[in-house]
Design a protein around this ligand. Structure first.
Ligand SMILES: C[S@@+](CC[C@H](N)C(=O)[O-])C[C@H]1O[C@@H](n2cnc3c(N)ncnc32)[C@H](O)[C@@H]1O
Length: 209
């Protein structure tokens, strides 16, 4: 059963102090560091670009992009996560907030990125979350979502069997085709998908209108 917003915040507040252990962990996050590197390599942003990272956690993805001289703004629903990475992200503008609504004006960013956070959005709110991402991007701006996503319901079932106790039944992972449709409906085009680890896909697209 999906978690409530309050349960999600409490989960990540509790997890913040030890969250960086996911880098060496197994379960559906296996391959975490390599997936972040591949997603960063697919993201065509450089120095001076205004980038929003939603669900930043302790900041591993944003750190890869900040290293290029991009200007990073950050949203997360968890105060614990924002506090945990604060020292390492001194140059980022940090704010408490979520995908729905994104507390920034229209066309504010050149890119919106998010790693392993989109599945936290309830499936009924995902169309709105994609529309919000499009709204805060300038025309031609880039979305880059890396997440636990599966190619088919059979692939989801296989992973659930394979991961056993480390599978979390409170999570609702998207299918590639469904997320692709939502992004296209929200005006994204030129979508490019890559399978980066057994349970990870990254998609990069461009706001077309
Ligand atoms: C699994 S962690 C991923 C963190 C980080 N992006 C990474 O790659 O390691 C999910 C993060 O998303 C945040 N989060 C959960 N629901 C959210 C929402 N609706 N909007 C924004 N952030 C959310 C959590 O607090 C947590 O920091």
């Amino acid at each position: 059963m999906p978690r409530s917003d309050a349960q999600t915040r409490a989960l990540f507040d509790r997890w913040a102090a030890t969250y960086d252990d996911v880098q060496s962990g197994d379960g559906p996050l296996a391959g975490y560091a390599a997936s972040l590197r591949e997603a960063a390599a697919m993201l065509p942003v450089g120095a001076g670009a205004h980038v929003l990272d939603i669900g930043i956690g302790t900041g591993a993805f944003a750190a890869l992009i900040a290293g290029r001289g991009a200007l990073i703004s950050v949203l997360d629903v968890s105060e614990g996560m924002l506090a945990a990475g604060r020292a390492a992200r001194a140059a980022c503008a940090l704010a408490l907030g979520s995908f729905t609504p994104i507390p920034y004006p229209d066309e504010r960013f050149d890119a919106v990125i998010s790693s392993f956070a989109f599945h936290e959005v309830a499936s009924s709110s995902r169309p709105n979350a994609c529309a919000e991402i499009a709204r805060v991007l300038r025309r031609g701006g880039i979305v880059c979502l890396l997440d636990i996503v599966f190619a088919s319901t059979a692939a989801t079932a296989d992973a659930r069997r394979a991961f056993g106790v480390s599978w979390d039944d409170d999570e609702d992972y998207a299918l590639v085709a469904d997320l692709d449709t939502l992004l296209r409906q929200a005006s994204f085009a030129d979508l490019s998908w890559r399978h980066t680890a057994p349970c990870h896909w990254v998609v990069v697209g461009r706001r077309s209108r």
